[in-house]
Design a protein around this ligand. Structure first.
Ligand code: SAM
Length: 205
């Protein structure tokens, strides 16, 4: 996998992997909503997969998170934030509440102590039907979602970013979580209006 960062003619910073568009810094509402959903439910210790351009992490820190573990599989992303290629990146990574770990989110979640997190936020791929990384299929499957649930405190929350609403992801969340909710996020992608989705599962009270 090769991650590439480029400045578009319209001035936006764009992240691609193997030539496939992943995200830009022009439309970040859904990345930031991931953070606001869990902060609004009281989460203060959060694990985020992946770092990307850092918008979810920034929203968590600005919103009062006390500890944020970030799992990122591409070392280049961490370099681009820490050397300032991504504006504002150095301050995000230097924040003493940020703990960036390079590796696969599945291994990094599994390594967390049981019941140690208020929330897990997954934005590593586009959802099960639009994978950029084929090996991320397991992120949306019941085994891994159950592993996430076990790392959460009794009132914990798992949020999953998805390019489309996904009955499959809703069902997988329902297998491990008492409450499942979907948030539609209207977005403008250059000239097109579309929607992205945030799917949330919350453990029983
Ligand atoms: C869409 S971006 C995340 C955007 C981020 N929420 C933000 O606010 O900028 C997806 C990120 O997940 C990373 N990634 C992909 N698969 C991963 C995995 N299995 N484990 C950890 N990180 C992964 C990618 O390298 C990329 O940085």
């Amino acid at each position: 996998m090769t991650a590439q960062l480029r400045r578009r003619p319209d001035g936006a910073l764009e992240l691609r992997v193997n030539g496939v568009f992943v995200m830009d810094d022009a439309e970040t509402e859904s990345e930031r909503l991931l953070a606001r959903v869990v902060l609004g439910l009281g989460a203060r210790e959060v694990l985020v997969g992946g770092l990307g351009l850092g918008f979810t992490l920034r929203e968590l820190l600005d919103g009062g998170a006390e500890r944020v573990v970030v799992a990122e599989i591409e070392p280049a992303l961490v370099t681009w934030l820490s050397d300032g290629t991504v504006p504002g990146g150095p301050a995000l990574l230097a924040d003493e509440r940020s703990h960036v770990v390079i590796g696969d989110v599945r291994e990094i979640v599994a390594a967390q102590p049981p019941g140690s997190l208020d929330a897990i936020v997954l934005d590593v791929d586009n959802g099960p039907d639009f994978l950029v990384y084929e090996q991320n299929a397991g992120v949306y499957e019941e085994d891994f979602v159950a592993t996430c649930a076990a790392r959460l405190r009794p009132e914990g929350h798992l949020c999953v970013w998805s390019m489309a609403d996904s009955p499959g992801v809703r069902n997988v969340l329902a297998a491990s979580f008492h409450e499942v909710e979907a948030y539609e996020v209207p977005v403008r992608l250059q000239e097109r209006r579309e929607s992205y989705w945030v799917l949330r599962g919350s453990r029983p009270r």
